[in-house]
Design a protein around this ligand. Structure first.
Ligand code: EPS
Length: 376
């Protein structure tokens, strides 16, 4: 069984993950992991923290000479900023009072977290809730992507919209990998310019912006996931994986909410055959029927809300004094949609790897590849 656990605080020593269940014999491309970490740090609208960090993965266990051993893989992404925060964050002993955060931010985990975990210093909550955690999820996701790619399952995605600036075009899987821009991971360069202008406007106003991301999976054969229990449903599992990413407020599979506006004949994908196998004339279901893959491409979309740390500070209540206050703001991203695209691909890779491993099993990659090849 494949399982992922992460640990680490935004200004703690670093971010860590344990990946259980990877078969032996997977040759890792470590440069590809660092390339995804660099992609997560870049993109128009990112904040000052990314100038401090230069994220790299360090493999601590489970890999020998670049190849998995079948034992748990432990990885680390160290926080450079810890040096500036040691006095306030050190697990061995520190005085955090100078970095206490009580002007809780609407939309962040601050207040709900204080109500749950107690105290008046939201730093104890936000350090873990911060999207900094996604750095190590991206590293883990890239390892799972390499596991999936070994038997021919590939993942891609792009930013479909920023605020009101939305791309209505359809793109082929291979077009996306070749065509998306590093600026905002968008496909349409003209639209991307307009999106950058929107971000500039939000920055000038001390505000933030979200957007929509589309994800695709190619090469997944029919029958992954199951209709037999709700826990095994592929769409439910993948939606949960995407919703687990900070700032995600909505997930669609295929046509998603649009299916509710159309007649059945304009929603369901008619089935055809070449005499040997089956296929669908359209893919409005996004490759999932009855909670199982149907052999078509998976198509998922996720909506990211604007980041809740606003430089202009929304109106709030100070959790210590109980007086009205302006929400805390030191630094943040104006728009982290391009980073979110990288993170969502990683989250998808993690869950899909778990789904595939449950069906394929296998102690070593040769076994896994053979079993996948034997499926129809
Ligand atoms: C992030 C690092 C954080 C934030 C951001 C994501 O760094 P810092 O808090 O030191 O500025 O920039 O986190 C948030 C948006 C948030 O609300 O917590 C990163 O590495 O992605």
């Amino acid at each position: 069984m494949i399982a992922l656990t992460t640990a680490g605080e935004s200004h703690g020593k670093g971010l860590f993950a344990i990946l259980e269940g990877l078969p032996a014999g997977l040759k890792l491309d470590l440069a590809a992991i660092d390339a995804r970490l660099a992609a997560r740090q870049s993109g128009y609208g990112r904040g000052a923290r990314q100038k401090i960090e230069s994220d790299r993965v360090e493999i601590l266990s489970g890999v020998r000479n670049g190849v998995t051993l079948g034992s748990p893989v432990a990885i680390a992404v160290w926080n450079r900023d810890y040096e500036a925060w040691r006095a306030y964050m050190a697990p061995e002993g520190c005085d955090g009072s100078a970095k206490k955060l009580t002007a809780v931010r609407p939309g962040h985990a601050d207040l709900a977290g204080l109500e749950k975990f107690g105290g008046t210093d939201a730093r104890n909550v936000l350090e873990r809730a911060s999207a900094r955690e996604t750095a190590v999820r991206v590293a883990a996701g890239e390892i799972f992507r390499q596991y999936l790619a070994a038997f021919g399952v590939h993942i891609t995605g792009y930013v479909r919209g920023v605020g009101e600036c939305v791309d209505g075009a359809e793109y082929g899987f291979d077009e996306i990998g070749a065509g998306r821009s590093p600026v905002l991971q968008m496909m349409d360069k003209e639209l991307e310019k307009r999106a950058c202008a929107l971000i500039d406007g939000a920055k000038a106003a001390g505000d933030t912006l979200g957007g929509v991301i589309e994800l695709r999976v190619k090469g997944l054969k029919a029958g992954f996931g199951s209709c037999m229990t709700y826990r095994e449903k592929l769409d439910a599992r993948l939606a949960a994986a995407l919703m687990s990413v900070q700032a995600i407020k909505g997930v669609e599979v295929g046509l998603g909410f649009e299916t509710a506006r159309r007649l059945g004949s304009d929603v369901h994908d008619e089935i055809c055959t070449d005499g040997v196998g089956f296929s669908r004339k359209t893919n409005r279901a996004g490759g999932i029927e009855g909670g199982m893959s149907n052999g078509e491409e998976l198509v998922l979309r996720a909506a990211m809300k604007p980041i809740p740390t606003l430089m202009k500070g929304l109106s709030t209540v100070d959790a210590e004094t109980m007086q009205g206050a302006r929400a805390a703001a030191e630094r943040s991203d104006v728009c982290a949609i391009s980073a979110c695209e990288v993170v969502l691909e990683a989250a998808l890779c993690c869950e899909l790897a778990a789904v595939c491993c449950e069906r394929l099993g296998g102690d070593n990659m040769e076994e896994v590849i053979r079993r996948y090849g034997e499926l129809k």
